[in-house]
Write a protein that binds this ligand. Structure first.
Ligand SMILES: C[C@H](C(=O)O)[C@@](O)(CC(=O)O)C(=O)O
Length: 480
């Protein structure tokens, strides 16, 4: 790939910014697997958005125009699942938040964790805005594959969590780059926009961790999408950038926010992330997905043997390091849905008692499980331990498992057979994944659309002409 920046000034940018823009503007995606997954990811994300509208009153209070009377922005973004027509910034915030709100959209592991489909909030809004040339779904899927790739490649080795920053920083970076390309900005303008994205402050991860876990973790992605779109517009309007935004020795990102470390990007950008994306078929934090499967298997075994929950004295979960950092909360008070969906003990306790998979509604404040004494009692008996082999396998590029093992010990000392799941449903190594994700999308879209329309959407997505379809026609199908 040759560097295609327009001016000498452009060539002076930090090399990582040049690599990103060079990739976004110059690389042709040719992987059929990436396109197949991108299609599934788009339907999955829009399904997640509908599910959030249906399940979360909290979210619905944030959606729509910023002030009453601005419900219909002429030619504005038609927000899927609603009757709103919004300006692009609020449209990006709302769609990004809807996709992400219930923690049910696709995820990607690494030294940093994140949800690449968060980027769709920015991509779809720009694809149908009249500021960009008319787009087909090929443009949307290409932008998605590239945004996923930028985010995923950064996640492999760069732990923003270790410096307290939230991983939605990568949504802002990736979305800014692809939105500039979609808008037809010059590469100089795109470099400027990208440098603004890096110097943009960046939210703290504090809202994902106890005791502050809360709904902001659901709208942080929307916020990143909105910032990306805004920054791209500003650069398009002529704002100059900061070429050494990362490396300037005193004031640059590395020194100011990354403890002096530089980024490590072990792979060239291609389409690897989309090819290996992990979908969330069930609603569970990514590092607990295999644990809920193991818990349901254990519970079913207990039922067959006539063992009841009160017989349990102890549960041990072997997990990976990321699981220990993100979702180990044995005793803390869980005060909201976001807090519960980031608690391994809650997820596993509900599955063990229920004998079935935990669902989105089970995390909400008004769920019976949220106030069930049995859940609290069992939660206190669940211990998590890191298995170093699970951690190593999680990071090993050839293994990439996301394993958990659940071991129940009864009060009489009996140990039940340990249930081990290495790859949760939704992982690329599970053959059922893509069809399970399409099934999930069909169910979620049915929450807001009539069956015939859902059928039409699913059939259209299988059609050989799908990539040539105008995005406006596609988005119109999602308006109730
Ligand atoms: C990627 C994670 C998930 O599966 O939900 C994560 O839990 C990671 C994190 O807390 O940083 C998330 O909420 O984004």
């Amino acid at each position: 790939m040759a560097i295609k920046v327009d001016t000498d000034q452009g060539r002076n940018y930090d090399s990582i910014l040049l690599d990103i823009i060079n990739y976004v503007y110059g690389y042709k995606i040719q992987s059929p697997t990436a396109f197949r997954n991108a299609k599934a990811a788009l339907l999955d994300a829009l399904g997640c958005a509908f599910e959030s509208l249906q399940e979360s009153k909290e979210l619905c209070c944030m959606i729509g125009p910023v002030w009453a009377g601005a419900d219909i922005a002429p030619d504005g973004f038609k927000l899927p699942g609603t009757g709103y027509q919004l300006d692009p910034l609020k449209g990006a915030f709302d769609l990004g938040s809807m996709i992400r709100y219930l923690d049910h959209n696709d995820a990607f592991p690494g030294a940093e964790w994140g949800h690449p489909s968060d980027n769709i909030g920015a991509i779809l809004v720009i694809a149908i805005s009249d500021m960009a040339p008319p787009s087909t779904l090929e443009t949307v899927l290409t932008a998605m594959i590239k945004a996923y790739e930028i985010q995923g490649c950064f996640q492999i080795k760069n732990a923003f969590n270790k410096v307290g920053l939230d991983h939605t920083i990568l949504v802002k970076i990736a979305s800014t780059a692809v939105v500039c390309w979609m808008l037809g900005l010059t590469t100089d303008q795109a470099l400027s926009a990208l440098s603004h994205a890096w110097m943009d402050g960046h939210p703290l991860r504090v809202y994902r961790q106890s005791p502050n876990a809360g709904p902001r973790k659901g709208w942080a992605a929307g916020d990143a999408c909105m910032r990306a779109v805004h920054i791209a517009f500003l650069a398009g309007a002529g704002q100059p950038g900061a070429p050494t935004v990362l490396t300037q020795p005193k004031w640059g990102f590395y020194n100011s926010l990354f403890r002096g470390q530089t980024f490590d990007l072990p792979r060239p950008f291609g389409s690897w992330t989309m090819e290996n994306i992990i979908f969330k078929v069930h609603t569970a934090e990514g590092h607990g997905m295999s644990a809920v499967e193991a818990a349901v298997a254990t519970s079913n075994k207990m039922q067959r043997r006539g063992i009841v929950i009160e017989d349990i004295s102890h549960v041990r979960i072997r997990t990976q390091e990321a699981g220990m950092i993100i979702i180990n909360k044995p005793l803390e008070t869980l005060s909201n849905a976001a807090d519960r969906d980031h608690c391994m003990q809650y997820m596993v306790a509900v599955c063990l008692i229920k004998g079935a998979m935990i669902e989105t509604a089970d995390y909400q404040n008004d769920s019976p499980w949220a106030n069930d004494e049995r859940v609290e009692t069992l939660r206190a008996k669940i211990e998590m331990v890191e298995d170093p082999q699970y951690t190593a396998d999680y990071h090993d590029p050839l293994v990439r498992s996301c394993a958990n093992a659940v071991l129940v010990t009864l009060k009489d000392g009996t140990e039940l057979p340990e249930a081990v799941v290495d790859y949760p449903l939704g992982h690329p190594k599970r053959n059922e994944t893509v069809s399970a994700v399409r099934g999930k999308a069909r169910r979620n879209l049915s929450l807001k659309l009539p069956q015939e329309r859902v059928g039409l959407i699913m059939d259209t997505s299988e059609d050989s002409s799908f990539l040539q379809m105008p995005v406006t026609d596609f988005v119109d199908m999602f308006i109730p």
